[in-house]
Each structure stands twice: as C-alpha cells, then as structure tokens.
Design a protein around this ligand. Structure first.
Ligand code: UFG
Length: 325
C-alpha cells in the first residue's frame, strides 16, 4: 500500500484513478483546484484543495500527504481553447507541471505517472502510431504536454526522477458502478455529446465533416475505456515502485471507430435513432488516429478489458442517467 498524490483527482480521469487506486489497496490523496473538477467526485480519499501555480500550497500538500509517488492528471485539455488562449495552456499545464516536479524534488519524491496525449504526435504519417513516431504537435495543448515530457527527461538526468508518460488516445466510458464519470462543462467530446443528443438535452449531434479519406468519410479515432486506462496507470505505478525505469507508452486498443460508427453504436446500445446532422470539418482534426498499443502490453502486461464500444457507451450512459454531478 502506498500513499499517492493524485493531481486533478476531482476530474474525469483522476477520479477514476482515485477509485481504482483505493480498490488496489493504495491511499489516494486528491490535489485539485476544483476549476474543472468536482468536489463530489472525490469519494475515495481526502481532497487537498489547491492550485499547481501556488507553490506554497503545493509544498504544504507534500508535507501533509507524505506521498511515495505522484499521478499527475491536472491539466487543461481542450484543444480549441488552447489555440485561442495559448498562454493559459503554457501557464497552467507547463508552469504547473514545473512547480509540481520542483515540489517533488524538494520533498524527495522520485516517481511520477504523467498523463500525456496522442496530441503530441500532431498529424503522424504512421498508422497505427507507435511511440517512436516523431512528436510534432499542431496545437498548444499538444505542445504543452510534449514540453512536460521533455521536463521529465531533464529531471531524470539531473535528479534521478523516474516517470511514466502515457500518451492517451480517446478516453471514453465511466465507472461501471456509476459512482463517477465524465462531466465536462462545456462538453466537447464525441461520446458524451452523442449521449446528450440521445437524452434530448441537445437537438442533435453534428458530425464534423464526411469528406475525409476514410471508408465512410468521417474521422476515425481509437477509443479506450477510462478503467482500462487507469489499469495501465496502476501497473505503471507498480513498475516504478518495484524499481523499474522510465517509460513512454501509448494507451489505445488499436481499433479505430469512425464518428458514424460511434453514433451507430449508441443507436444500437440504446435501441433508438440519435438525431444527427452533417456539419463542416472542425479545424485541426486528422482523418485517422489509431494507436499501436503493443509496447504498453509488453512492458506492463496491460490487457484492456472494457474497451469495447458497446461497453464504453453503456457505462457512460448509466453514469449519465444516474450519477451526474
Ligand atoms: N466530433 C464530431 N462532432 C462533435 C464532437 C466531435 O463529429 O460534436 C468528432 C471530431 O471531429 C473527432 C471525433 O469526433 O473526429 C472525436 O472528437 P473528440 O473531440 O471527442 O476527441 P479528439 O479526437 O478531438 O481529441 C481527443 C482528446 C484530446 C486529445 C486528442 C488526441 O479529447 O484531449 O484526443 O488525439 F488531444
């Protein structure tokens, strides 16, 4: 059992980490400024309310929590917003992470699992995408996450920090017990928006373009269930705790779903026809992003279990209908 400081522990992915860390016998301590996270999502351990930009609160949090390792989810993650306001992303995601690494060094905490993104690859010419693909982000969000990966490397060289950076593809689904789930306001992600349209909370789902070079013309993404994603984080934590070295790993299943296929899966799971309308392309969307996840499987023995589109949709729907904050 280890005490783990979970930054962003009140957010969508961080709250699932807290629940599953607790179930695995660890003690999660959430650190969150509650700007996009929810107090109601912190159910599996204490909450320290604070901001990564506030170095005093951060140092006090390390004193109070005495963690053995950190899981770092706290970040802004809206690509469109990052293009409009890059300063916000560089300050929050990069300076915030720098403050965190510096607080870890001062407190003598030498292990971190970091939430990176496939957005660090930009528009790759590999398919599926391996970890060795060049990292050339095309928006400030991806650039901010790539900067943190570089920071982790430098802190390892200088101070021996061990890190795992997981590059997420498209995270979806929710806790099967519907205690926690995805609740972004405003929401920009496909699966929760389709469910909003299914529930009648929005008129329809707009498909952002059907003129891509894909079989049905709509964009293809690799969707991974949030619980499978956290399984990998816990395996990664165990790896570091046992003295394993730093890793950079993609997290996705290797199966691509088009926007149309996602909407059809919701139709099928809910036995209805979700109202949809055709729209124009959203800027900066690559046609196809599919993961080669073999390195995570080989390095950690990771085996996704719930990353089946029907399961992701059903779990997200259960949460939406019973549990929202
Ligand atoms: N889409 C629609 N209509 C909508 C919303 C989305 O057609 O109303 C489409 C998008 O154009 C895209 C797909 O659905 O083709 C998935 O879009 P999301 O916004 O759900 O996810 P993204 O693939 O854009 O982004 C996700 C994460 C980002 C991360 C990126 C990395 O949300 O944080 O993957 O690839 F940067």
């Amino acid at each position: 059992m280890s005490r783990i400081l979970v930054t962003g522990g009140a957010g969508y992915i961080g709250s699932h980490a807290c629940k599953m860390l607790r179930a695995a016998g660890h003690e999660p301590i959430a650190f969150d400024n509650l700007r996009t996270g929810w107090k109601a999502a912190v159910k599996f351990g204490p909450l320290i309310e604070g901001d990564l930009l506030d170095r005093d609160t951060l140092a006090a949090a390390f004193k109070e929590a005495q963690p053995e390792a950190v899981m770092h989810f706290a970040a802004l993650s809206n690509v469109g917003e990052s293009v409009k306001d890059p300063e916000l992303y560089w300050r929050n995601n990069v300076t915030g992470s720098l403050n965190l690494l510096s607080a870890m060094r001062d407190a003598g905490v030498g292990k971190i699992v970091f939430s990176s993104t496939a957005a660090t690859y930009g528009e790759p010419d590999q398919d599926p995408i391996t970890e060795t693909a060049p990292q050339k982000p095309i928006n400030p969000y991806g650039a901010s996450k790539l900067a943190v990966e570089a920071m982790l490397d430098d802190f390892e060289a200088a101070h021996g920090l061990k890190s795992i950076a997981f590059r997420y593809f498209n995270v979806a689904g929710a806790d099967p017990e519907a205690e926690i789930g995805e609740d972004h306001r405003p929401e920009t992600h496909l699966v929760p928006l389709v469910l909003d349209a299914a529930a009648g909370d929005r008129e329809n789902i707009t498909i952002f373009g059907d003129d891509y070079a894909t079989p049905d013309g709509t964009c293809i993404r690799d969707y991974v269930h949030v619980c499978d994603l956290i399984d990998a984080h816990i395996l990664g934590l165990d790896h570091l705790m046992q003295g394993g070295g730093s890793l950079r790993l993609n997290l996705g299943t290797g199966h691509g779903f088009s926007v149309r296929e996602v909407i059809d899966a919701v139709d099928e799971a809910l036995q209805m026809k979700v109202p949809r309308k055709m729209g124009t392309r959203r800027g900066g969307d690559p046609a196809r992003l599919v993961c080669d996840g073999s390195r995570a499987k080989a390095a950690l023995g990771w085996a996704p279990k719930r990353s089946v589109m029907e399961t992701m949709v059903t779990d997200a729907w259960r949460w939406r209908q019973t549990g929202r904050y």
